[in-house]
Design a protein around this ligand. Structure first.
Ligand code: FBP
Length: 550
């Protein structure tokens, strides 16, 4: 396979690690833990893995040589830069403990465990993937591991391969499932440990114990570079407003981090829209205010960042989507209607009055998207709704009205963008390469210490890597009960943008100045892998604001 010069150079990069992971290691245990909420319910569901202590890894003079073990690894969910480094950290950590240890990769995500599809990961394979982006070493998938028959099939496969520990690299749902699996195997005394690793570009798997999920750093740096480049173009050509939607599912962490890095004219935050109970019209009015003010200063260009999940956070829109989900679930009458107009009329008759008004006000193409593209659970796939186009259309209409009434005299030409896949498989930044490799090594130490139902964690991430603190957190500690598909379930709390948190407060304090006639754009440029630490090793602005350097 041909490689670029950067790919070749990165193969030789040796990730930086916390000092504690470099030599012999001992485990230090803290006090017993409790779940973040719903203690009794969570304890009842996890009698064997509830209440375990937080553990940290410390340097030691001695570490006993353990008998050889086989470990399985699974990549779960969407790609995130650094996954290959978690696996290379696992591999190196295992071989350092005992050269006869073996690592098996389950292929195509969690379904690989159930279907017994696997590959042994040898040094030759691992070396090809060190410090590379992507999940292609073993592939990923979105199959959910949540039913007993799946656990039993997984057990059969593990027994056949002599696997005594599984590492699941995934987001909040995958780690919740890792915890359920750990509990099941412990209760049945199967002798199989389960350890999780925090992955997702969305940045929504974080809490008092997890400072950030891996991949968020690289993905945000890639998107910020692109936004910066667009801003430089906008400031050069001076003729377009760019509407840029950013991946991130429900939470707006990616949009917020990119705004902190690039200082756009406008950045919408879904969590704020919900907290202020804003309507689509309110959002359009806010955008128009900035456009009109800039036009008065002769600046008919700008940038607007839009989080992927925005539409679901507009309260009236959420009700409309819910009504449409209920109305269209297995609705044969609707399915049999011929033509878009007949379908539109049918829907209008069935919706509640406020939802019907909102539906009528939507551009036809968007209204149509809301009634198509449903996921296997019958829900509309909001990530496929082109919110950037919806806003462009609605803003254009409002500006035309303002122009007709003498309140606006600018020009409004637009470009739209959606950034997501551009960043999910980028070559991991030094931060993600180091962080992920350390997570893999940490998972090995947790396995060696006999732990199960833990997530590998690295803290103190704004300090130099040598000072990072490696350890493990019981997954039950991060759980609460939530209603999912009509049933109360134990889940890891998803972190949305905290409107009282330092990153959002920074945006709120500065956005008027960024919207202003005086352009305050920052042009972050591409991710740098070689050079001074202030250029190559900086963590995200979000991390720096949430965990200021000592
Ligand atoms: P994970 O939560 O699994 O890490 O996935 C993140 C993500 O990139 C979201 O930002 C996005 O909404 C989703 O995956 C898209 O996934 P897919 O390409 O499978 O539709």
């Amino acid at each position: 396979m041909q490689k670029s010069p950067l790919q070749i150079a990165r193969q030789g990069y040796m990730p930086k690690m916390p000092t504690a992971l470099k030599g012999k290691v001992r485990l230090s245990e803290g006090a017993k833990t409790e779940s973040v909420a719903d203690h009794e319910a969570i304890q009842a569901l996890f009698p064997n893995t509830y209440g375990m202590p937080v553990v940290s890894l410390e340097p030691s003079e001695t570490q006993s040589v353990a008998p050889a073990i086989n470990v399985g690894v699974i990549l779960s969910g969407g790609q995130a830069p650094g996954g290959h480094n978690v696996i290379s950290g696992l591999f190196d950590g295992l071989k350092r403990l005992n050269k006869d240890n073996r690592l098996y990769g389950f292929l195509g995500g969690p379904s690989g465990l159930i279907d017994g599809k696997y590959q042994e990961l040898t040094a030759e394979i691992i070396d090809e993937y060190r410090n590379t982006g992507g999940f292609d070493i073993i592939g990923s998938g979105r199959t959910k591991l949540e039913e007993t028959w799946q656990f039993d099939k997984g057990l059969e496969v593990c027994r056949k391969l002599g696997i005594s520990a599984i590492v699941i690299i995934g987001g909040d749902d995958s780690n919740t499932n890792a915890c359920v699996l750990a509990e099941y195997y412990k209760q049945k005394q199967c002798g199989i440990q389960v350890i999780g690793c925090p992955k997702t570009i969305d940045g929504d798997l974080k809490n008092s114990m997890i400072e950030t999920s891996f991949g968020f750093d690289t993905a945000c740096k890639v998107y910020s570079e692109l936004i910066g480049n667009i801003q430089r173009d906008a400031n050069s050509a001076k003729k377009y407003w760019h509407f840029i939607r950013l991946m991130g599912r429900s939470a707006s962490h990616i949009a917020l981090e990119c705004a902190l890095q690039s200082q756009p004219n406008i950045c919408l935050i879904s969590e704020e829209v919900e907290a202020k109970n804003m309507t689509l019209t309110d959002i359009v009015d806010e955008i128009c205010e900035v456009i009109v003010a800039r036009a008065e200063a002769g600046l008919n260009f700008g940038t607007v960042l839009i989080p992927e999940g925005l539409i679901e956070f507009i309260p009236a829109m959420r009700i409309l989507i819910q009504e449409l989900n209920d109305l269209l679930a297995a609705n044969n009458e609707f399915a049999s209607l011929e033509g878009d107009d007949a379908k539109r009329e049918y829907i209008k008759q069935k919706l509640s009055k406020p939802s019907c008004e909102l539906y009528r006000a939507l551009p036809k193409a968007i209204a149509q998207q809301l009634t198509m593209d449903r996921d296997p659970h019958g829900n509309v796939q909001v990530s496929l709704i082109e919110t950037e186009k919806l806003l462009i259309e609605m803003v254009s209409k409002k500006l035309a009205y303002l122009k007709a009434n003498g309140m606006y005299s600018g020009k409004f030409a637009t470009q739209h963008h959606f950034f997501g896949y551009e960043g999910r498989c980028a070559i991991p930044s030094n931060f993600d390469a180091d962080y992920c490799y350390s997570l893999g090594q940490t998972a090995v130490q947790l396995i060696a210490a006999g732990k199960t139902g833990y997530m590998a964690v690295i803290r103190n991430l704004t300090a130099p890597a040598a000072e990072w603190i490696a350890g493990g957190v019981p997954i039950t500690m991060m759980m609460n009960m939530e209603r999912r598909n009509g049933k109360m379930k134990p889940v890891i709390q998803k972190a949305l943008v905290d409107l009282n948190g330092a990153p959002f407060r920074y945006l709120a304090e500065h956005r008027a100045e960024w919207a202003d006639a005086n352009t305050s754009y920052i042009y972050p440029g591409p991710v740098q892998y070689y050079g001074p630490a202030e250029v190559c090793d900086q963590p995200t602005k979000t991390l720096l604001l949430e965990h200021p350097k000592a």
